[in-house]
Write a protein that binds this ligand. Sequence first.
Ligand SMILES: C[S@@+](CC[C@H](N)C(=O)[O-])C[C@H]1O[C@@H](n2cnc3c(N)ncnc32)[C@H](O)[C@@H]1O
Length: 371
Amino acid sequence: MTQSSARRSRSRSPSPSVEYAASVIPGLEESAGDEIETRLEGARIIETQRGWVVFQYPGQAGDLLELRTTEDVFVLLYRSHELPTYRKEALPTLTRMARSSRYWDQALARFHQTRARSVKRVTYRVIAQMSGKHSYRRQEVRDAVLAGVQARWTGWKPIEDDAHLEVWVPVIDRWAAIAIRLSDRKMRHRTYKQEHRPASLRPTLAAAMVALSNPRPSDRFCDPMCGTGTILAERALVGPYRALIGGDADPEALRAARSNLSAVREMRSAASLHLWDARSLPIRSGTLDVVVCNLPFGKQVGTHVGNPALYGRFFEQMIRVLRPGGRAVLLTSEKELMRQLLRDHRELRREREILVGVLGQAARIYLLRRA
Ligand SMILES: C[S@@+](CC[C@H](N)C(=O)[O-])C[C@H]1O[C@@H](n2cnc3c(N)ncnc32)[C@H](O)[C@@H]1O
């Protein structure tokens, strides 16, 4: 909210709708935007930045905690596309905005809608994130905002850990925001997920892949290399399905999947889980509607050398078990191998490819359709 945009929205309506922001895995901005507009009635996306989606929502702030593709949600105190380039101007601007934002009261009211805990004395901390080239450091951004909050709320106490309130300051090139975090770690760490394994998928990414598969109640849905079952769990959470099928070659992974899925309270009918080799699936031809899978990248799981053989045989199986028109959503960092496979297997039409950052490495989500 720059001063001028705030003025503009005030002239339209006496109480401007609050602006929120969601942080997302880079690349999932559009998927998260879709979820925000579908799940939150009346929500409107204002803009996206890498890893961030800014939106307005007229309802209760607590509703935002239902989102599944977002890592965290925030209410905004300040937003600008024109953070001054030089430190001498940028840092005082951030201090001033943190101190005198006209949105503090409504932002705190939204914050209290999401928190049951009331405290005698508010403790807080400031977290700065930066990307792009700047003539100042992250620590200086943090200190600048901290100075502003301290000047505004003299009774509040800044602490390092377990603060009651967190003020986040993302700075991306000249875009900057100051925001109060509404979610806690429960948003990104699902309660069902007690068992973790190497290369276990982030639930928010699994949720986005499931959403991209366009879930329908008639789905026979399968994750053929399900690991700890994150994709199956996220599918169970979005609504009815005809069958939920998963498998893995590793008995330990399967045990973890069983345990995680048993903790999903929304599970309508049990998932059927199998110890199998995805290179020869014991599934009848043409009987699956959807395959969603996080393939071994060849780093933590599998090997780069072994992947061409694994992917090649898995592709043949996937084409066999999917019904005509069936959908596949695959995640992998094996860009070249996927290009070759999609060139060789014309039965799979590539509908979209989305670049995502998975723990700092580039990967792609492929949306495919069985011709
Ligand atoms: C990247 S992990 C999937 C992680 C999973 N999405 C999760 O959240 O835990 C890939 C999985 O593929 C399994 N896998 C590798 N080769 C396989 C094969 N030939 N058949 C079945 N599963 C296989 C591994 O055991 C591993 O659990």
